[in-house]
Write a protein that binds this ligand. Structure first.
Ligand SMILES: O=C(O)CCC(=O)C(=O)O
Ligand SMILES: [Fe+2]
Length: 315
């Protein structure tokens, strides 16, 4: 077990420039097979797009609660997620009982018409806020392209032929979450988290955050290290599905958020996952399979049912 004290910075400039990727693939492999987290720079996303999304998020969260509740999270997992309605249920980690101390707006892939045969297919819910939808759509489109580039890099780093999985990501499942964490009161119990210890359930998470801090990553020996904002970088981590596709070679590392800054914190994770019909299994080239194949959509359904009031079976 190698202990790590720092999250590496990886310049993915060669990807956009179409340069030789050998060194980058090695760097990526090293980071994601030992830590599971990296700061990605040279990604080519226009800072103006990122600023516009944070600005849109601040305007959204400042709306009166009644206005936000008009677009409360629906069964297609789109809309407003109020505080105290989601819990990180993950038996592998801490026994989490208290709901996350955050509120968020969730945008997923925009399907103009819902396809009843495709789990979570459908249009987004939008608040009445000028330029909000435009800012999120532009950001989500740009991040989807970046996600596609990064997943190919990740699969190459795992020893797979990226083309073997490309079809599964042609119409990806994407999630853009505008999170708002109120300050945690100083006298709050230790197990009251902005986001309780968890691993991400999908493939790749690309996180933009403000400079308030509070994100922490778990090291193999159980220490928590800070992952503060680095200007111009996304914090990128591997989730449980990519862990399986890579046959365990790439790590899905536990992380958490505790906002003890006394200030409000905003972050915008973008999750890049395969289509719900995709069979998630160790890819050829990654060694003797250690995991069974699972359908991404079925897995997702059980995760959302366990973690979100909106998806509870009894409703
Ligand atoms: O807000 C953050 O910094 C992390 C959020 C997170 O881990 C998640 O949404 O999965
Ligand atoms: Fe996460």
């Amino acid at each position: 077990m190698t202990e790590f004290t720092e999250i590496p910075v990886i310049d993915v400039g060669p990807l956009a420039r179409g340069e030789n990727l050998e060194t980058l693939v090695d760097e990526f492999r090293h980071a994601y097979s030992t830590i599971g987290f990296g700061y990605i720079i040279g990604h080519g996303i226009d800072p103006a797009l990122i600023d516009a999304v944070f600005e849109a998020s601040a305007r959204f969260h400042a709306l009166p609660l009644s206005e936000k509740m008009r677009i409360k999270l629906n069964r297609l997992h789109r809309g407003y997620i109020p505080i105290n309605t989601s819990t990180d249920v993950n038996s592998k980690l801490a026994d989490v009982k208290k709901p996350n101390q955050s509120a968020s707006f969730m945008m997923m892939r925009e399907d103009a018409v819902a396809d009843p045969d495709v789990y979570l297919s459908g249009p987004n819910l939008w608040p009445t806020l000028p330029e909000f939808r435009e800012a999120l759509v532009a950001y989500s489109d740009a991040m989807t392209l970046l996600g596609f580039r990064l997943i190919k890099l990740a699969l190459a780093a795992a020893g797979a032929n990226p083309e073997d999985a490309t079809a599964g990501f042609q119409t990806p499942t994407t999630w853009l979450r505008l999170l708002h964490y109120p300050p945690t009161p100083p006298q709050a119990p230790d197990d009251l988290y902005g986001s309780a210890p968890h691993t991400d359930f999908g493939c790749l998470t690309l996180l933009a955050q403000d400079d308030v801090g509070g994100l922490q990553v778990k090291t193999p020996t159980g220490n928590w290290i800070d992952a503060p904002k680095i200007d111009g970088a996304f914090v990128v981590n591997v989730g449980d599905m990519l862990h399986r596709m890579s046959n365990g070679r790439l790590l899905s590392t536990p992380h958490r958020v505790i906002n003890r800054s006394g200030r409000e914190r905003y972050s915008c994770p973008f999750f890049f996952d395969p289509h719900v019909s995709y069979g998630v299994a160790p890819l050829p080239g990654t060694g003797t399979p250690k995991f069974d194949s699972i359908n991404f959509g079925s897995y997702l359904r059980s995760e959302l049912q366990a973690g979100y009031d909106t998806h509870k079976k009894t409703r």
